[in-house]
Write a protein that binds this ligand. Sequence first.
Ligand code: ZN
Length: 145
Amino acid sequence: MQAVPELPLMIAPFVVIAGVMMLILRVRPSDVPAPPPPDPAAHLEERKQVIYENLRDLNFEFRLGKLSDADYEKTKTGLQNELAQVLAEIDRLAGAAPPKPEPEAAKPAAPQTWACPKCGAQFDKAMKFCGECGAPMTAGKEETR
Ligand SMILES: [Zn+2]
C-alpha cells in the first residue's frame, strides 16, 4: 500500500487544471455585464482617427522610401475611399440627429427687452431688480411679444 499516499500528488496537476478550466468556463459571456451598445457616432469617430493615423504613417513610410510609388498610391487611395465612407456616414448620422439650433445670424434681429413682471417696465438689458419698482426680475428674460 505504498502507492496510495502518492495518489493525491499525482492527481494534483489535474485538479489544478480542472479548477482553472472551471474558472474559465464559469466566466461565460452571459455572466459578464453586457457592454453598453456602442455609440455609432463614437465608433465612426474612432475609425476616422485610425484612418488619419494610417495616412500619416503611410506618408511617413513613403518619405522614408519604404514604399514604392505604386504601393503608396494604392494604399492612399484605399484609405481615402474608406475615409470618405466614414465621413459620409458621420454626416448621415449627424443629419438624423436632432436639428442643430439655428445660427443666431439667421434670426431676424429683433431687439430683445426684459419686462418687469410687476410693473411692466421694459429694459434693454437683463437686470436682477426692476429699475422702476425694485421688484426682483427673476427670469431676467421676459421677452415682449
Ligand atoms: Zn418693476
